[in-house]
Design a protein around this ligand. Structure first.
Ligand SMILES: *Cc1c(COP(=O)(O)O)cnc(C)c1O
Length: 449
């Protein structure tokens, strides 16, 4: 797959030449501690030097297998050929004029692509921003303006960002909200159809959760007061929860019936990650607005809100924007990333990754009772780690498995409301051999804990 990824010609193999972290990484870590704010955490104390395809090479010359993609960002691989080519050309032509001063074609082209790629054949428009949180904030602004309503409904285990409004939308206190209040008002949290932890069992999850959501909105918030429902079609930071089948269509139908704007937050699940362009396609959901970021631009900062033209156009001229939103270099990178996704059919590639990984993870769960659940779609997969024989979350064992993976040269991330989910987000261009080797490391790490 090296030739397909088109990234820097890094050998696609794992190679450890020092202990992890090596001496140069440790030196840089000391400098980081002295100069960088302590609030900026580190998953793996290893400094990256180059990356491409399915590997990250560190400053000590170790080559690590990448099961993180910089948190679901470098789906097309790091420094993918079309991203480097297009962004490089743009960098030499102009770096910034501000779309609100003198616009440029790349911004329009990205919005045209978003209209083509996102679900639904209605007329669509977009705005481009810098980060996922900014996209979610703008989606809420637009929905409130359009509906002239204020309440925003979000879900348990949901994650939407770290700005003031998006902290309020986010479910988990530590580390995202702890100490940062007061939070924005008129945000209401309702249950998520979380099959593994549904009290009456997964088979009742979709129906009961949908009924509770509808009841709470109707009785406690007021459907006619509700501007928007914001939902991740596959939850990211909440633990790669795939809502029980049937839940999202019922929520979507309820939103439609009451003129509530349905906002799908596809910042983590979008752009081929789950085996389709967007995760909400799986159950045929057509959201009114969709937020995207992470995988959109091959590593450059870009985000978008895309949605029904009549909703997007509700806001007065000058009411939306920002100095850097839709930067020309980031737009060129996005066009390169989208070109790569099309040419290599990376949605199919994500399904292929699932076909390799899911059976291995399920077999591992059979063997090791500390794996309580295996879930996810495409190349957005996870295992939930519990105390054997119970469903009690075991964040300590999860951290130990992750640390064992890191020592063996596999970049892997943990997540989840209870900190007990090991998540796998390989670049979609990773080769099968590296994928299998990464899985071997996970298996050894689980066995060692
Ligand atoms: C990462 C993420 C965000 C926030 O994006 P940033 O670019 O970090 O601001 C919002 N929603 C979801 C679902 C995410 O995964």
């Amino acid at each position: 797959m090296t030739e397909l990824s088109g990234g820097p010609s890094l050998p696609q193999r794992r190679k450890l030449v020092t202990e992890i972290p090596g001496p140069l990484s440790r030196e840089l870590m000391a400098r980081k501690q002295a100069a960088v704010a302590a609030g900026v955490g580190t998953v793996m104390p290893v400094f990256a030097a180059r990356a491409g395809g399915g590997v990250v090479e560190d400053v000590d010359g170790n080559s690590l297998i990448d099961f993180g993609s910089g948190i679901a960002v470098t789906s097309v691989g790091n420094s993918a050929e079309a991203v480097v080519r297009r962004a490089g050309e743009q960098l030499a032509r102009l770096t910034h004029t501000c779309v609100m001063v003198t616009p440029y074609e790349g911004y329009v082209e990205v919005c045209e692509e978003l209209a083509r790629l996102t679900p639904g054949d209605h007329a669509k428009k977009s705005i481009l921003l810098n980060s996922g949180a900014e996209a979610v904030e703008n989606a809420v602004k637009i929905a409130r303006y359009h509906t002239k309503r204020q309440a925003v409904v979000v879900f348990e285990h949901g994650y939407h960002g770290r700005t003031n409004l998006t902290m309020a939308l986010t479910s988990k206190s530590m580390p995202y909200k702890h100490g940062f209040g007061p939070f924005a008002p008129e945000i209401y949290r309702v249950p998520m159809a979380y099959p593994y932890r549904w009290p009456t069992g997964p088979e009742h999850c979709a129906d009961e959760a949908a009924a509770q959501v509808i009841d709470q909105i109707t009785k406690q918030i007021g459907a006619s007061e509700t501007a928007a429902i914001v939902v991740e079609p596959v939850l990211g930071e909440g633990g790669f929860i795939v809502p029980a089948r049937g839940f999202l269509p019922r929520v979507a139908a309820f939103a439609k019936e009451h003129g509530i704007v349905l906002i799908a937050d596809e910042i983590q699940s979008g752009f081929c990650r789950t085996g389709q362009w967007f995760a909400c396609e799986d159950e045929g959901i057509v959201p009114d607005l969709i937020t995207t970021a992470k995988g959109i631009a091959g590593g450059l900062p870009l985000a978008a809100v895309t949605g029904r033209a009549e909703i997007m156009d509700a806001v007065h001229s000058g009411g939306l924007g920002g100095t850097y939103g839709g930067n020309p270099v980031a737009c060129a990178a996005a066009l390169g990333a989208i070109e790569t996704m099309r040419e290599l059919d990376l949605a199919a590639r994500a399904r292929h990754i699932e076909e390799i990984m899911k059976p291995r993870l399920l077999a591992l769960a059979e063997k090791h009772p500390l794996i309580g659940d295996v879930r996810g779609r495409g190349a957005m997969l996870a295992v939930e780690i519990v105390k054997p024989g119970t469903k009690d979350p075991d964040p300590a064992a999860t951290a130990a498995v992750a640390a064992a993976c890191h020592r063996a040269g596999l970049v892997v991330l943990t997540t989840g409301t209870y900190g007990n989910v090991l998540r796998f987000l390989p670049p979609l261009v990773i080769g099968d051999d590296l994928l299998r080797e990464g899985l071997d490391i996970v298996a050894e790490a689980v066995a060692s804990v």
